[in-house]
Design a protein around this ligand. Sequence first.
Ligand SMILES: [Zn+2]
Length: 166
Amino acid sequence: MNIFKRILDIVYPYKCGICGKINEKSLCNRCYLRLKDLQRLKIIDIYNKNFTELISIFEYKGLIRDKILEYKFNDKAYLYNTFVNFLLKNEKVCRKIKKYDIILPIPISNKKKKTRGYNQSSLIAKNLAYKLNIEYREDIIIKTKENLTQSELRERRERRKCKRCI
Ligand SMILES: [Zn+2]
């Protein structure tokens, strides 16, 4: 994909991230209902030193998995708008998020940011913070070492499993 198209997708994300039709909010009503149907909201209280609450909206499979992979690896940065606009329609989730003082993205390495052109978590976090009027900070959690990607971890697990089978 050329750089100009890439910039346009980030600056003018005016199409539904699910069906591709022109839509100002990047999520048409039909696809909103489709996503709502796939929603499996889980709010889990966690008691450890790093986390107190975990909110999960979808199961990582089917259409959701495809869209997350497109978002991360296929230059479809505009999908952040689709995800954020879906989240903003969920009052329960918005109420939970508004309890927090700051929203921070999960950092990615500079190498990955350079290859992808954006931090997928940061686009969502920044937009969500702006729309919910919460402070946004990128300088609190910094990535200091490169770890394996999810697909590299999966490959390693599969290889180990195979060795055990032999
Ligand atoms: Zn749509």
